[in-house]
Write a protein that binds this ligand. Sequence first.
Ligand SMILES: [Zn+2]
Length: 191
Amino acid sequence: MKNSLVVVFLLLICSNIFAQENPDKNRDQAIKQYLAEFVSGNIQHAFSSVDVALHNVLRKVPDHVFQAVTDRKRPVIFVDYYTSGIARFAGSTEFVFREGDQPAFQDGFYLIQLGDALDSVEDPIAIEGVILHEIAHRILEHLKADHFSCALEREANRLVKSWGFEQEFLKAKEYFGSKSPGDSPCHDKKD
Ligand SMILES: [Zn+2]
């Protein structure tokens, strides 16, 4: 009797370990698939700080946010853009599906552009804050609103913080927040 209790106890421990490990493993596999399909090669290979930040964000966001970003019927697509060098004039990005990839884009897609200036900051936490802010706009469907307002910006920031990313929000504000009137239409508004 005692032995069987020990076995049951061990089984419970094992099932707990697997229950904790599998979601991470599943998330990592889903991230790999998502990156291959919906994130530009330049972000992954030429924007080293942004690449680290994007990985961190994809690992850390709540499940429902991850599902929305990687929803293949309407995925978020990340592309790079340039404010310096000859690539600032024009460039192309190609997304190629591999054999076995399921159909996508039945409901469109949501495009997030990440600039080379973002990659100039080496602190991934700050970059994560920016990426999270852009994802928050998608979750809140702000592009479907017919107007821009500073209230929408503040709502996106509040959502990022509600997900538990206070530190990322503050770092993003420190590095990338508007520094003077004219930088942003929301310069004087509080977050
Ligand atoms: Zn915004």
